[in-house]
Design a protein around this ligand. Sequence first.
Ligand code: GAP
Length: 383
Amino acid sequence: MVERRDDIVGLDSAIILNPAVWRASGHVERFTDPMADCLECRKRWRADDIPQPGICPSCGGKLGEVRQFNTMFTTHVGPVADDSSLAYLRPETAQGIFVNFRNVLDSTRLKIPFGIAQTGKAFRNEITTGNFIFRVREFEQMEMEFFVKPGTDDYWWQYWIDQRVAWWHSIGIKPESLKLRRHEASELSHYSKQTTDIEFEFPFGVKELEGIADRTDYDLKAHIAGSGQDLSYFDDETQERYVPWVVEPAMGIGRAFLALLCDAYAEEDTGKDVRTVLRLSPRMAPYKVAVFPLSANKPELVERARSIYGELRPRWMTAWDARGNVGKRYRSQDEIGTPWCITVDYQTLEDGTVTVRDRDSMVQDRVHQDQLVALFSERLALL
Ligand code: GAP
């Protein structure tokens, strides 16, 4: 969004904002989850995790009344911990963008429609966590607030849903693993006119990866009211002044990571055995290539392999492995999703060629070592 587009800029705002921000945005009053306690086993449940109302899913006992629980973490700023020093850790990165809207507008040449994107930590005192890293209390969000002219929000909302689905495909998530789900009116956040979630089929159920919300002019107007600052926009072309509307794609990096792992993980019967392979897109694979000397005990092979490793490493994340036999090294790179492995063998010493083994097909090609940089530049260029 930030590096490949002209109309979006990046921002890194504070985690602890003035608590007035959270009062104005409505989070102090409304950022709550409904919860209920079992009167018998004392377990605490999120209301949406209770299939049978009033009955504890764990012991079958009676549940107490459903109560609203504010999920913002609190802290105190300054030496005295009293009500006047109360502050919150941000539960979304978005508010840091809204309160910096004027700064960005005044310091860039952006014209509406434009976006401000941010990656950073968010904190929520979740009632229940789990499903690996699906729901945690400290997580990394990627959010983008796209400011548009009032009345054009429906267009931009659909535009961003389409863009975001295309992005998930571009990082290698299988199209059939994703589902779009539009929120019912009753489940919309307090700021949203319409929201569609991009959901993923996890082994533990179909769950949200990302939400694309039409936040209207709710937040900017709330901060105008809360701070008295002018957060309106003057359109030079139409000579109109208005408070922009906002379309927001918001996702969690942890969930993206978990979805990538679940989607790419395969146990494949090779005919001889079963290999575990992580079929990550080369774009997402942590290591792009691995370099092996055929034998760790032959200094000429190790030296040649080291020089190839030294050439590739400044360009791409490159792994080195000289342990055990080459078959085991291939398998261990398969497990972490490395798309290509280079082996330096005795033929290399004679004619300068190495084998390049493909993770998915397991086919090995011989390539001259002088061609490796060009080969991987081409394969990794436009991912
Ligand atoms: N600014 C809008 C917003 O925060 P959200 O749906 O509450 O919307 C956006 O959160 C994304 O953040 C979710 O789609 C999810 O990927 C991630 N997320 C939210 N709560 C999370 C948690 N407790 N653990 C991990 N990721 C979480």
